[in-house]
Design a protein around this ligand. Structure first.
Ligand code: PRP
Length: 210
């Protein structure tokens, strides 16, 4: 069996659709229930739904041989996994944003609210800026509005959340999209199978572009 961790939710359904159309279907997954694990013994595959931010943990520890995780999670947690393919979906960016009209004072320590502490630290280190990180778990956009931080580092997809809260992007930090990842040991032992999946998905995605 090849264990595949998929991110639960809207992105996960699109990701499963790609696996299915690439020849790795598991019909049981379409049943309306709250099961988290689905097998197709004929194909020798087992899918399971996990919280998107947990996919990399399952794959790093080998509970899943492969999985699909956002580049944001890979950059934030730096898991020891192989990144095999950019699926070109779930596209968004990591950006610094602040209240409209915000004027930076470069000589002051910048107060940064974020869920993505590691990404933020690396980014500000790369531009040589002193920061004070305020780690939040959600509703990051509130922080500058209430004076908790000067700026935020967060995911921007459509830009609607920023706009509706009178915030705007100051700087793009990095582009984000969903990636196919593999456990390092699994990749050594099941290289042919995993490469076949990567190639079939890659070919399907190329076909979609044409
Ligand atoms: C993310 C992010 C923003 C929002 C941006 O949150 O934190 O709040 O999406 O999307 P937009 O540019 O299309 O408005 P998410 O929905 O992932 O939930 P979260 O609050 O758990 O981070």
């Amino acid at each position: 069996m090849l264990n595949i961790a998929l991110p639960k939710g809207r992105l996960g359904e699109k990701v499963y659709d790609i696996f299915e159309k690439s020849g790795y279907e598991c019909p049981a997954i379409h049943e309306k229930n709250r099961k988290l694990l689905f097998e197709n013994p004929e194909k020798g595959i087992c899918y399971f739904w996990v919280k998107p931010s947990d996919v990399a943990i399952y794959v790093e520890r080998g509970a899943a041989d492969i999985g699909v995780a956002g580049k944001d999670i890979l950059l934030e947690y730096e898991p020891e996994v192989y990144e095999l393919l950019d699926l070109g979906m779930g596209k968004c960016m990591m950006a610094e944003a602040a209240e409209n009209g915000y004027r930076d004072q470069p000589d002051r320590t910048l107060k940064v609210a974020t869920k993505f502490e590691n990404i933020a630290r690396n980014y500000y280190a790369s531009i040589g800026r002193d920061i004070d990180i305020i780690h939040l778990n959600g509703s990051i956009e509130l922080a500058p509005l209430l004076g908790l931080s000067d700026v935020i580092v967060d995911i921007v997809e459509t830009g609607t959340t920023l706009k509706e809260n009178n915030l705007s992007v100051n700087a793009k930090i990095v582009d984000i999209s969903a990636r196919l990842i593999a456990n390092k040991a699994s990749y050594e032992f099941k290289k042919e199978r995993i490469n076949a999946i990567r190639d079939d998905i890659g070919a399907y995605l190329e076909g979609q572009k044409a």
